[in-house]
Ligand binder design. Sequence first.
Ligand code: GLN
Length: 527
Amino acid sequence: MKYIFMTGGVVSSLGKGITGASIGKLLQMHGYKVTMIKMDPYINVDPGTMNPFQHGEVYVTADGAEADLDLGTYERFLDMVTTKANTNTAGHIYQTVINNERRGDYNGGTVQVIPHITDEIKRRFSAFEKKVDITIIEIGGTVGDIEGLPFIEATRQFMLEQKREDVMSIHLTLVPYIHGANELKTKPTQHSVNKLREVGIVPDMIICRTEHTISDSMKAKISLFCNVTKDAVVEAKSCSSIYHIPESLHKQGVDAFVLKRLGLKSKKTFSKEWFKYVKRVNTLKDTVSIGIIGKYADLKDAYKSIDESLKISAMDEKLNIDIQYISSEDKNLIKKLKQLHGILIPGGFGIRGIEGKIAAIKFARENKVPFFGICLGMQCAIIEAARNLLGLKDANSTEIYPKTKIPVVEMLEEQKSIKNLGATMRLGNYEANLVKGSLVHKLYKTDKIVERHRHRYEMNPKYIEDFKKVGIEVSGFHKNILPEIIEIKNHPFFIAVQFHPEFGARPTKQHPIFRGFVQASKKFKKS
Ligand code: GLN
């Protein structure tokens, strides 16, 4: 088993996840089995309760962990399925150590960061021992952060304990461009590498995020000051699509360097399929406009996987995609909706912006604009239909109005008794049976699907028959009772789902509903 540690310096948000996943992709293309682990230094045990304004989308793993959005990047690049073992926070680690202490596992010894916390971190580093060939570990945050120290220390110990050819360290830094001086600056990189060496880690490779080309002489300077060989100084310039990054790293010999450093040889003829596949981005002509009507219109990261899923489907349909983030509280909502070829209502929590979402769904339904509702999007579609088609003016979800007399969306009995906010959700993979003859059945081409969930409320099955009479049909059920999907037959494309299909799309394998939605939007544009 080989390990690659990815750390970041100078500033956050440099794209450690994307860079690590790109290296992982290249190693896969050489025939290796690769996984990625995220180590998040914050204390939250359950990132699900964190505010998307601060952290972007909450990703959901197949086994129901709520995780950082980097996990989505891992899944999309490496075509893997993440589980709880791929995501760790300082909170998880401290919780485990404290539970061990409560059980008496430490025999009354003093419990300390070194060795108890660092041992637990190291145990989690090797979670995939014997299951894969290479684990890439992304240490969240920036070198020098107080929270990150136990993780960096555990990395140092781990690197010391393993054979030199089994572990390596890659440091991602920023090389900023200073306008006045008209120059790229290497000083922050030097400082950042110094910081890393102070805590005992000597990077084997430095990847420099930059907006401009890094000259050979600049690479030589970084090599000299940071004590890495020149072929280990790599430029990571912003690309038009993140899926082009593996190729850019390959051209600079990153995979060759990593293989050599880890004492590995290419296992098979290097497969360039992925490069060819993502190249199609450059050959697109027509454009469709899709609106995502949600609460976090200013923060695209809050809908990261939806954004990627739409782009992937557009790429397959040879379309450019113009994704517009529109606040459901926008005063010009209807005017903006009129410019769109498809309307998507994403998942969400709480009351804010609900009425705008319901108005957008009414607009899509009545004007036959392709509509795709996800989770809260489906719940809003149910409320809209109940109010405007069944004439139940007071219909609501008990999340939005707990005292509603007409709870068309409700919490299941067994969930009502749970008080702890982080524990009440239906999380992770659940099966659904699709109704033959439905649009979703045609799209998925299968009777049974498994999709990831993250919600507390459900469509109230009591109203299924009433909805059927006005053309709203349930076309997918969990255990033949719980409605998972609704659709309208007499509409070019109106599908809403209780699960999160956006976690299932891959650049090499688009998701059937996203495909159908983008195709319908293309058709709508032409009509
Ligand atoms: N707030 C809704 C629920 O908990 C929807 C959740 C979601 O959209 N992810 O059921």
